[in-house]
Design a protein around this ligand. Sequence first.
Ligand code: NAD
Ligand code: UDP
Length: 341
Amino acid sequence: MKILVTGGAGYIGSHTVLSLLNNGYEVVVYDNLCNSSEVSLQRVQQLAGNTVEFVQGDIQDKSALTALFKQYPIDAVIHFAALKAVGESTQLPLAYYQNNVHGTLCLLEAMQVANVHQFIFSSSATVYGEENAVPYVETMTLGTPSSPYGASKVMVERVMADVALANAQFKGVSLRYFNPIGAHPSGQIGEDPKGIPNNLLPYVAQVAVGKRDKLNIFGGDYPTADGSCERDYLHVMDLADGHVAALDWLIKNEQFTGVEAFNLGTGTPVSVFAIVNAFEQATGKTIAYDVAPRRAGDLPAFWADANKAKIQLNWHASRTLQQMMEDTWNWQSNNPNGFDS
Ligand code: NAD
Ligand code: UDP
């Protein structure tokens, strides 16, 4: 089986490509490298002892996509390619809707022309918006995310539902990720954010390695047990394996058409203070921090109801918080400047 992975050079994509290769799938990666390095794919190939076809290109380039589907007999598409910085999306909404929504339309059109109907989409817990109570369950009506980034994910989920109504062969899976962290245990691939990290773990790791002075903990007065926000952090290798489980399910389940959504999370909320403690314990490093004002748009706490993926996909997040911290540190300390190290 040949799988097209858009955005496969990025953080989650590269770990997923490795899991796909290790499970016997052939992979073609299509990525414009706007937020990644081809070095990630070289390392994936070394780790897997197997090769990946790489085509550099943009998902908004329809003729390049048409040529891609002509060149390779693709069985299914896993679609990671997107811009993902929540704060930046409020400054550049048009760029986010262009890339994430229009880009996905171009991809779905090219798939339709090529007669490829199996599609797995990188969605996010943000689609539940502010309206829904926690834990989030897949049966909930989607909410209204506060950022253009979140709205772009809701829009694509809607597009998938409409495509499925119009095309009886369409088999779509929307994977709603909670908070992926960590890295492959080899320390060879991991998250390599450009500039100042927006996300908690990359920031913590850069404080530990001496690239940043201290962490700002955004808000210590939330209505949670210790006053900081709570999230559902899962190991990126568990998330990668979740894609293989979803793909296996899609392929084996011949009767299935339509769209099915799955939460990929642990089902357990963890606070920002608990993350700092866990990192310090796992690595022996001390993380200097200040408790700073709340960050605009942050919700106090959200986590997954992770039962549907467990029952239907036979998948659950098994790696511990300690492994997430050790693997983050292994990657960061071996590659202090990411793939440029
Ligand atoms: P990433 O930035 O590391 O990976 C995205 C990849 O897509 C990059 O390699 C980038 O170069 C590529 N890309 C972006 N726009 C493109 C375009 N127009 N054409 C071709 N390639 C393009 O991000 P990630 O953390 O690996 O996220 C992957 C997916 O998961 C994204 O869709 C993101 O929205 C989603 N997601 C991420 C998280 C998270 O916390 N990291 C949470 C929920 C959902
Ligand atoms: N956070 C923080 N300091 C940082 C980055 C993040 O305190 O430098 C907090 C943030 O307020 C949130 C949690 O860490 O409560 C997770 O944030 P992240 O941006 O990683 O994920 P998301 O907001 O998407 O859940």
